[in-house]
Design a protein around this ligand. Structure first.
Ligand SMILES: [Ca+2]
Length: 331
């Protein structure tokens, strides 16, 4: 995985040394952190969003410091005027959206772009074991950007790329999607981890190309995580436009067993934010372009919440849940 090179924090993902298969977004709505009533039966513990990056809460320019967003490094992540981006005219993103490119990248974590956090993190030791995060993503340019072409393994290190991960705000990623703008569309790569232990056992990162998104419209992406007590049992499903693209597991056992986590006590982290990360090969010509993100929403809960079929605007559609298709989610 190219995204884990030279981690600059110690809560860092693994080097890709042993990947079995080379494996490797936000808005201006009010980020409401609503702690649900303590009454039994209330499914939702906490939520953020939907964030639509709208004025007046959000201003054009760097996302850092706006409504709980953080981006301390020199990355190209800005609230932008959608009217100035012809490709996005029909995305349904309203007047403003979040633009992120890989013009500037680094191997670091804690200074990259983080969403606002949930008041109640989800984690297997918290009793709040369900985490759901979704966002809309669209290309900022109608045509493939740059000159990158995929290699024999299907990945394209020189293509426009941004990864998104459920995280705790420090770079302790518990899952991972990478969006790559390849010539035939935006490829979506999912990574999970297998490590049967014991402590000191090196983890394997498994990467799967789960979808190819058309550039002609925006797409809704959802992480649905169930963080069960014990090893090797977390369930992570990825939905593309309301259809399930893959079900795998989390990165829990990297933290639980991998020697890279020994100095931190091999502790499995909680999740309460989304990390939008740009690492590996920078593409300076992508500055001001890259991907657009909107309608960002996060929820933690005691009970699993159904993943609604929504369009990129975040509107729930009327047709029933249809998410059992594995594989490419953009058909
Ligand atoms: Ca678990």
């Amino acid at each position: 995985m190219r995204n884990t090179s030279a981690p600059s924090t110690r809560i860092a993902p693994p080097s890709h040394r042993r990947a079995t298969r080379r494996t490797r977004v936000v808005g201006l709505a009010v980020a409401t952190a609503a702690i649900a009533a303590a009454a039994a039966g209330v499914a939702s513990a906490a939520s953020v969003g939907p964030i639509t990056f709208a004025a007046p809460q959000y201003s054009l320019g760097s996302i850092n410091g706006q409504q709980g967003w953080m981006k301390l490094g020199p990355y190209d992540a800005n609230v932008v005027n959608v009217a100035g981006i012809p490709a996005a005219a029909h995305y349904g993103f309203g007047a403003q959206a979040l633009q992120i490119s890989d013009a500037t990248t680094s191997g670091s974590f804690g200074d990259q772009t983080f969403s606002p956090g949930l008041v109640q993190p989800a984690g297997e030791a918290t009793g709040i074991r369900h985490f759901q995060a979704s966002f809309a993503i669209g290309a900022s340019q109608a045509a493939h950007t740059g000159t990158g072409t995929p290699g024999p393994d299907g990945t394209c290190p020189s293509c426009l790329h941004v990864s998104v991960s459920p995280d705790n705000g420090t770079g302790a990623r518990m899952s991972y999607l990478r969006f790559e703008d390849q010539p035939n569309g935006i490829h979506v790569f999912f990574d999970d981890v297998t490590d049967t232990g014991p402590i000191g056992s090196v983890a394997n990162f498994n990467e799967t190309d789960v979808a190819t998104l058309s550039r002609s419209r925006a797409h809704r992406i959802t992480f649905s995580m169930t963080l069960k007590p014990g090893a090797g049992n977390d369930v992570v499903s990825i939905y593309v436009d309301g259809r399930r693209a893959i079900t795998g597991t989390s990165w829990e056992d990297y933290y639980r067993y991998d020697p890279e986590q020994a100095s931190l006590g091999n502790v499995v982290p909680t999740v309460d934010k989304l990390l939008f990360r740009v690492s590996a090969t920078p593409n300076p010509s992508d500055a001001g372009h890259g991907f657009l993100f909107d309608n960002v929403q996060l929820t933690s809960s005691r009970h699993e919440i159904r993943v609604p079929v929504r369009d990129a605007r975040g509107h729930e559609s009327h047709h029933p849940r249809a998410h059992e298709h594995r594989g490419h989610g953009d058909r």
